[in-house]
Ligand binder design. Structure first.
Ligand code: MN
Length: 704
């Protein structure tokens, strides 16, 4: 407790006494929970959460975050539950601990670049509260600082993960010092030999150069003073990892990478930037083509500075960055400033703005520690609002647009999986295919060999890939269904001649295909089904190609409709025929057959074109459900709609749609229902039971 007591005292420099006492009780709680656990170094486990909390305290994070840091491993490593934490330390703290534990649970399985990028984005997107990420970063920082105690193989894995995932997150959040430290520590543990050699070389070079750098710095400062420019001048030291990366990526030698002096000059306003630039150019000659004015033309992310490179004394180039303190803050804030500039329109939420301010203040505090900074409560951030990140059963991560459903996911894995999907398990639970996926969902698609895409999927899929594959499949299926319908229509037409398809031989078919310049027999059949060719005409042609064309008889039967023909046979939206209604088939060019009721006005209009009309009859065995519209006039009384709906359900029908229009005087209301029924008898039964409701004045079926 000695060490903890010292830290509590330090933290009380910026936290209130009641915060400190909560932290003390969190410390005791955590110590008890981790009792008997030890770190690889041999220290009691509690030393780790304490160190993590202390890192956060260096950044002046609020007491909720520090409390959560003290407790961050208890849910993973001990029997403590979220409810217990919530009871003792409040819901916000419990949420933070839960968030950190969730991130811990994700296993990092592949080291491929794209995967790493998705992983980073997912971590950021999952942690809706940015403090979760900060606790996680502090946790990782402490683990990296104490990595020596871990066995070499695990050490390398953790270092790789830090390099690929956590350092870039820190960088993205603009947390520069954490980023640099994480990168250098990863480099050190990934490539211990290279690190040692490079560190030695840099140390030697710095020793040799210290005097020269000091002289150049002095002359710059003096020249600025002479020009009455108030400025802070800093030498810029390159970090080991960035030296190493530059050597590798640009194929430079160590001497070449290090052979530049870097200076940053911070002044009070834009005007002073240009005066400072003039002063520097007067002191040393600028190298042509190296000057960049990012103040007049800022970079896309909002970065502003003047960059110039000068011929230094002894031939060593001098890189200088000149900027105001404000620009410096934005440069250091990385993506945080990016949020602010990203959407200048309305979509940038207050929350993001606040988060930005907070990150800035955090940065400010890092550099001028000791400043009192006001922390905002409940900081939440959604860094990637347009994407969700989903796990495959094998642990692969896939990025999908927000709003994507299980069907979109299925198609993004593979076209066949999309075409055959029948169900989905999300986080091990069976869910509807239309379910919208959330960040971190583990999604498993269940397929069946003979399953087909459903046209209704088009109503909810959001990815272009899913949409185009479903459309393509339906088009192909449409062709097959048209062939089947065409065959039936042709058979019926042949019956006019007391013949059937069996009476037509291959020679007749081949001839017809050739004569009509079709590609195949199937194409002709599909054309009939689609109404592009008339069955009667094709029948006559086929038979006339035979030896003895039979005489016309005219006693053809009806084409039997069972409702499961698919898209080749559609039921007219105007009259909504149901089994039991007398019906007529109307062939429309390219769209197949539309079934209308006998009394539908559309049929009356089409009388002029008898060739396009077909005798059809219902299959008495039809099992399908059909849509039908009914209208009710009811007296206005409370609960009457519920009563009507209950009665319809009782009669074994589904309600597809309801609309209610009260009449002007308010005594009666019109209700329109679209129902699913199996046939006219079923409908009659429903209407009868509706008439029994006292409030129902009139019930009628609506056609057209
Ligand atoms: Mn930890």
């Amino acid at each position: 407790m000695g060490e903890a007591a010292t830290l509590f005292k330090e933290w009380s420099g910026y936290l209130k006494p009641e915060d400190i006492s909560q932290l003390e009780s969190a410390y005791h709680f955590s110590e008890a929970a981790h009792e008997g656990q030890f770190r690889k170094s041999g220290e009691p486990y509690i030393s780790h959460p304490l160190a993590v909390a202390n890192i956060l305290a260096q950044w002046h994070l609020d007491s909720q975050a520090l409390t959560a840091a003290l407790l961050h491993d208890v849910m993973e490593d001990t029997a403590v539950t979220k409810t217990e934490i919530s009871k003792s330390f409040g819901r916000p703290v419990a949420d933070l601990v839960d968030g950190v534990s969730k991130l811990d649970r994700i296993e990092f399985e592949t080291q491929e670049k794209a995967q790493a990028e998705n992983f980073r984005k997912m971590l950021l997107a999952m942690a809706r509260d940015v403090r979760v990420i900060l606790i996680k970063l502090a946790d990782r920082l402490h683990n990296m600082r104490t990595l020596e105690a871990v066995e070499p193989r695990k050490r390398r894995r953790i270092a790789r993960e830090t390099m690929d995932i956590y350092a870039p997150i820190a960088n993205r959040l603009g947390l520069n010092s954490i980023y640099q430290e994480l990168e250098d520590l990863s480099f050190k543990h990934l490539y211990p030999d290279r690190y040692r050699v490079l560190a030695k070389a840099v140390k030697a070079a710095r020793g040799n150069r210290r005097e020269i750098v000091g002289k150049v710095m002095e002359s710059i400062k003096r020249r600025l003073r002479d020009n009455k420019v108030e400025a802070q001048v800093h030498g810029r030291e390159k970090h080991l990892n960035s030296i190493y990366r530059k050597m590798r990526e640009k194929h430079l030698s160590f001497a070449q990478v290090l052979d530049v002096f870097g200076f940053r000059i911070i002044v009070k306003d834009v005007h002073a930037c240009y005066i400072a630039l003039g002063a520097l150019h007067g002191l040393f000659k600028p190298i042509p083509g190296k000057f960049k004015d990012y103040i007049a033309i800022p970079k896309a992310n909002g970065y502003q500075s003047l960059h110039t490179t000068l011929f230094g004394p002894f031939g060593t180039p001098i890189e200088a960055q000149i900027r105001t303190a404000e620009m410096h803050k934005i440069a250091e804030a990385g993506v945080a400033s990016h949020w602010l500039y990203k959407s200048s329109d309305t979509s940038l939420s207050d929350l993001q703005r606040k988060t930005h301010q907070w990150l800035q203040s955090l940065l400010q505090m890092q550099s001028e520690s000791g400043d009192s900074v006001e922390f905002l409560e409940h900081l939440k951030v959604d860094l990637f609002p347009d994407e969700v990140y989903i796990f495959t059963p094998k642990g692969q991560i896939m990025a999908l647009p927000r709003g994507a459903t299980a069907v979109d996911f299925a198609y993004s894995v593979h076209t066949d999986i999309g075409n055959r999907c029948v169900a989905v398990k999300i986080n091990q639970e069976l869910m509807p295919l239309r379910t919208e996926l959330k960040n971190g969902d583990r999604v498993e698609i269940i397929t069946a060999a003979h399953a087909k895409p459903n046209p209704l999927w088009l109503n909810f899929v959001v990815t272009a890939k899913a949409r185009s594959h479903i459309r393509h499949f339906l088009k192909t299926m449409h062709f097959q269904e048209s062939v089947q319908l065409g065959e039936r229509l042709l058979n019926q037409a042949l019956a006019n001649y007391k013949a059937g398809l069996a009476d037509v031989n291959d020679r007749q078919w081949d001839k017809l295909v050739r004569d009509s310049s079709a590609k195949s027999r199937h194409e002709i059949l599909a054309d009939i089904g689609l109404g592009k060719r008339l069955a009667a005409v094709v029948a006559r042609q086929l038979l006339s190609l035979g030896e003895t064309p039979p005489p016309e008889d005219g006693s053809a039967g009806s084409v039997v409709i069972h409702g499961s023909e698919g898209m080749a046979v559609q039921f007219a939206r105007c009259c909504k025929p149901i089994p039991g209604d007398p019906i007529i088939g109307l062939i429309s060019k390219g769209q197949g057959m539309l079934i209308h009721t006998h009394d539908c006005p559309v049929i009356a209009k089409a009388r002029a074109d008898p060739e396009r009309q077909l005798d059809v009859a219902w299959d008495p065995e039809t099992k399908k459900l059909f849509e039908v519209s009914i209208k009710l006039v009811v007296a206005n009384r409370r609960g009457v709609l519920a009563q009507v709906a209950a009665e319809i359900a009782e009669a074994g029908s589904n309600i597809q749609n309801v609309s209610v229009n009260p009449e002007d005087d308010g005594t009666y209301t019109d209700m329109h229902f679209t129902l699913q029924v199996s046939n006219r008898l079923h409908l009659a039964r429903i209407m009868r039971s509706l008439r029994r409701i006292p409030e129902v004045v009139r019930v009628s079926r609506v056609k057209g």
